[in-house]
Design a protein around this ligand. Sequence first.
Ligand SMILES: *Cc1c(COP(=O)(O)O)cnc(C)c1O
Length: 450
Amino acid sequence: MARRREAVVRGAVSAGLVGPRAPLAGFLDADGIRRSVADLQAAFADVPEVLHTFAVKAGSLVPVLRLLAERGMGCEVASPGELAQALAAGVPPGRIVLDSPAKTWNELAHALDLGVAVNADSLEELHRIDVLLDGATPRSTLGLRVNPQVGAGAIGAMSTATAHAKFGVALHDPGAVEQVVRAFATRPWLTRLHAHVGSQGCPLELIAAGLKETYDLAERINAELGRRQVTSLDIGGGLPVNFADDEVTPTFAEYVQHLRRAVPGLFTGAYALVTEFGRALLAKNGFLVSVVEYTKESGGRRIAVTHAGAQVATRTVFMPEAWPLRIGAFDPRGREKTAPDVVQDVAGPCCFAGDLVARGRELPELEPGDLVVLLDTGAYYMSTPFTYNSLARPPVYGFTTAGGGTADQVRFGTVREGQTLRSVVVESGLDQVEALVSLVPGPEGGPGTD
Ligand SMILES: *Cc1c(COP(=O)(O)O)cnc(C)c1O
């Protein structure tokens, strides 16, 4: 693993993809992504009917969606932008699931028109769907998201099944289950229940407990209605990722083993299943590489100033306890450094003091021109930039070592071009440059008087 990574970093330096003139780039492991998809599919191989969707927010890059689609996956989307990306990648509408707590009338109408599956987030949203369908039979599979309120995992912001979470119909609220049963009774087209119990930090026990409640609710609805109206269960994503070392744990197979014990009914074929994994498919299949621009000492602490900060590692910078990242130290040619460890901070380029991706970390002493590698950043990081300081979005490259494992055998392909300065300026209103001065009359004789 480490040897292969070094070959890729060395190959990237030789190819000029990262270095003094290209100080920051993301890299995605095309072989690894394929393997992760295969592991997911193998784990569910016994389930008669299953649609694996990829949670697009974890890797909103069209070539990534395309690769996943080519391996048979669909997409879970939660915004018009993500839906457009999935369609642009060639994902058939029938393999797209729209989840979002804030779907507008227009977004719902568009999804129903396309035949994209929709999970309503509330009973109010079901009323909108009633109006839009106007008695017609939908082409889309329609479901309802529920919140089994089983509690929080280790990261509050990632826990979607707490008592007050904003997602889904809160099942433990008084009268909620009865309301849900009635919602199904009056809508024969409502055939799916959806739960996504949480993301990173949610233990498997918690996810399983939430899915058990969801499964039991489906059984109850079907029993009360006297027909098998609920035919599919969307079990969400949220498999946690190990950010501590290279081991993939828990695996998809372990997840399924766990679920099988906790909710055996899920695997009998009585319900078709939909999954929505994001982080577990991509996180360990990508890393960011940045040049160390300067090093300095401040108050007795050594700091390496790099180009990878809050704009690409937003969560790590703002919530360092919840989102620690491993950092690798490489020399300017891309060879892993072996110098003795020194306690250092690794800082980003943003203009605020907290822009650090590691504090007091023991790493081989970094020098200007060296490279730092932010490991396990294939999901959410490089594809979800933050435009602070108008820093340009870095390029993202895919790689494969299928043709051989040495640095000169690694093959790269561009997934996303680095953002140009022209694009930075256009996105910040270039075409409207006069908008404000022309709104307010200028001083007599000034540029705004005519
Ligand atoms: C974010 C999200 C996912 C994916 O979560 P991961 O932790 O990346 O697997 C799946 N479903 C929904 C509804 C989500 O919001």
